[in-house]
Design a protein. Structure first.
Length: 284
């Protein structure tokens, strides 16, 4: 059939979008991404912390983690796009440009569905982990302060006195909210700094000059940790966005490659006892 006959022939009855193939490709992409992310967690690329005692508080490791995100996106979405393009029903009545566009569109749909599946799994996992590990929220809890500057709070209230746990939890949360203002342009207000000095002196039994030095050290370290957390968040967020865009392109081109292998009767792999064997198939 010539190209003119293909262009003028009626389209087949099956739908424009074949969701079965799209879902198959999306599941394949999500499964491969899950395995690769688990491998990243095993080798330490998925571990991050802003504490000064953590070895991975460096821009180089954040950039390496971001590069790994891009490689995972290329591999996972490429596999999903290829599966969808290879499994999609063959079109004998469409022009080559139309076939290429339909294959690529199915690859992009694979990217979209797999991204939604990954987001849902991450949200579910984060919710489950929070319920299992986090204490019951209360009015005195400062979650952001505890996560970012917990080490600084430990050093701030370190002393020989053992205050009641309820009072200590409230004072830690209050101090965390004050220390979080250290990252602003104005920094910690003078009255807040004086209040922290009195609080530390009362809770630890230190003399005021020693409490003042401890508070000033905690303010500086909190500002540095918050700045480090911001840099890591910006780098990883940029890499995640770049990985998503490159993953969409990989899914498009991989689906096109799968469609060409489907239409051109590419050699198929047949597994035998001795291993894989390539067998050329006759043209359809």
């Amino acid at each position: 059939m010539s190209d003119i006959e293909r262009a003028t022939a009626p389209l087949p009855a099956f739908p424009y979008v074949q969701w079965g193939q799209v879902i198959a490709g999306a599941v394949s992409a999500a499964a491969l991404a899950t395995v690769l992310h688990a491998f990243a967690g095993a080798i330490g690329l998925a571990v991050g912390s802003t504490a000064p005692t953590w070895r991975d508080a460096s821009i180089a490791l954040w950039a390496l983690s971001g590069l790994y995100l891009i490689l995972v996106a290329l591999a996972a979405y490429g596999l999903g796009g290829y599966v969808a393009g290879r499994l999609r029903m063959r079109l004998n009545v469409a022009t080559p440009d139309e076939v290429e566009f339909r294959d690529g569109a199915h690859g992009v749909l694979v990217w979209a569905v797999a991204t939604l599946l990954t987001g849902l799994m991450l949200a579910f996992g984060a919710t489950a982990a929070t319920r299992m590990s986090a204490p019951a929220p209360s009015a005195t809890t400062s979650v952001a302060g505890e996560n970012v500057i917990a080490y600084d709070l430990d050093r701030l209230f370190r002393g020989d006195r053992r205050p009641p746990e309820g009072d200590l939890a409230y004072h830690r949360a209050e101090a965390a909210r004050i220390l979080l203002t250290s990252s602003s342009h104005a920094g910690v207000a003078a009255e807040d700094r004086a209040y922290l000095i009195r609080l530390v002196s009362a809770r630890t039994g230190l003399v005021p000059p020693e409490s003042e030095r401890r508070v000033d050290t905690a303010i500086v370290q909190a500002r540095d940790n918050i700045s480090r957390a911001r840099r890591s968040t910006v780098i990883l967020a940029f890499m995640a966005g770049a990985a998503a865009l490159l993953g969409a392109a990989a899914a498009w081109f991989a689906a096109g490659a799968g469609g060409r292998h489907r239409d051109e009767a590419a050699p198929a792999l047949r597994w035998t006892v001795l291993g894989p064997r390539v067998i050329a198939r006759p043209p359809l």
